[in-house]
Design a protein around this ligand. Structure first.
Ligand code: ZN
Length: 310
């Protein structure tokens, strides 16, 4: 597969996207998880989000978490925000990379941020300016890019239109989120192709959920198109808020396990990531969906039973 990128940059989103969809865990457990992830060799970690504590109580201690994290020099940490107020809190906390999120679907955006997509885009223009004025970078994340739990499919033209407005307003990069796992490889090709032809230079980060089992297939489709920035969550931490019991984010160790064997470097120590997934599982107190966490890497051998067969 010589057409694949030689390396990818994995952004670990377990501490934010993952924990946001779990029952609240103590601050020191969150800090321990981020510290464990910082030691895996992962290049980026989405550490916290700055959202209203009434909306997402799981992130109410974002400042305390970030103050206690042992920051590694070779890791880029980011914070996710829904609006200008969140961006200001993230900048005050010292984040140099900010992600501002909106939904391509009006219904989902209204449920999440209480605004239409168009209203959010107007707000985001101001967020980008404020983030740049503080010397930080701003990525615009377009959620429900491959479908909405309320509206169903979102037309590619609408998603590209949202991304185009953000690019015009100065976004440093664009991320597309498959919020409820509705993407398939064909749909990944369609959206990535359309945004590439509209904005050949813009950086693209993809965020897949494995809700319907297509997560890694979508990654492979995107790799073949030359995309090299991906989100994943340790252990597959974080479920799907729209489908109780369903899995959410693709698991970091599954992504690393697959692409490294295909000659795509991640910088991640797979055993260290599996160990962190085990820690995450103990922290939330239930089984996480990662299959590499269960089975171990393909290079791991089962010890031979002794003569008694025990
Ligand atoms: Zn997610």
């Amino acid at each position: 597969m010589s057409d694949l990128p030689g390396a990818i940059s994995l952004r670990e989103v377990g501490p934010r996207d993952g924990l946001q969809n779990e029952a609240p865990v103590p601050t020191d457990a969150k800090v321990a998880l981020i510290d464990a992830l910082s030691r895996t060799g992962v290049s980026r970690i989405e550490a916290v989000s700055f959202v209203h504590p009434r909306a997402i109580p799981q992130m109410a201690d974002a400042d305390a978490v970030w103050a206690q994290v042992k920051r590694a020099d070779d890791v880029r940490y980011s914070a996710l925000v829904p609006n200008l107020r969140g961006a200001q809190r993230a900048l005050d906390a010292g984040f140099a990379e900010i992600e501002v999120v909106l939904s391509a679907s009006d219904t989902h955006n209204k449920r999440n941020i209480n605004r239409s997509t168009a209203e959010s885009l107007d707000d985001i223009a101001g967020v980008i300016d404020a983030v740049h004025a503080a010397g930080a970078t701003c990525q615009v994340i377009v959620a429900t890019a491959w479908g909405c739990p309320y509206e169903g499919d979102i037309p590619v033209e609408r998603v590209v239109g949202v991304a185009s407005r953000a690019v015009r307003d100065g976004a440093d990069s664009i991320a597309f989120g498959d919020t409820t796992g509705m993407a398939t490889p064909t749909r990944v090709e369609a959206l990535v192709g359309a945004v590439r032809s509209a904005h050949p230079e813009i950086g693209l980060n993809l965020h897949f959920h494995n809700t319907r089992g297509t997560g890694l297939a979508n990654v492979l489709a995107a790799l073949r198109l030359g995309v090299s920035d991906f989100d994943a969550s340790v252990g597959g931490l974080g479920g799907c808020p729209y489908a109780p019991g369903a899995s959410g984010n693709i698991a970091s160790e599954e992504l690393v396990h697959m692409v490294e064997d295909m000659g795509v470097a991640t910088g991640v120590d797979l055993e260290a990531m599996i160990e962190a997934a085990g820690e995450a599982e103990r922290m939330v107190g239930h089984t996480l969906p990662s299959q590499v966490l269960r089975a171990g890497p393909r290079t791991r051998r089962t010890p031979m039973p002794d003569a008694a067969g025990t």
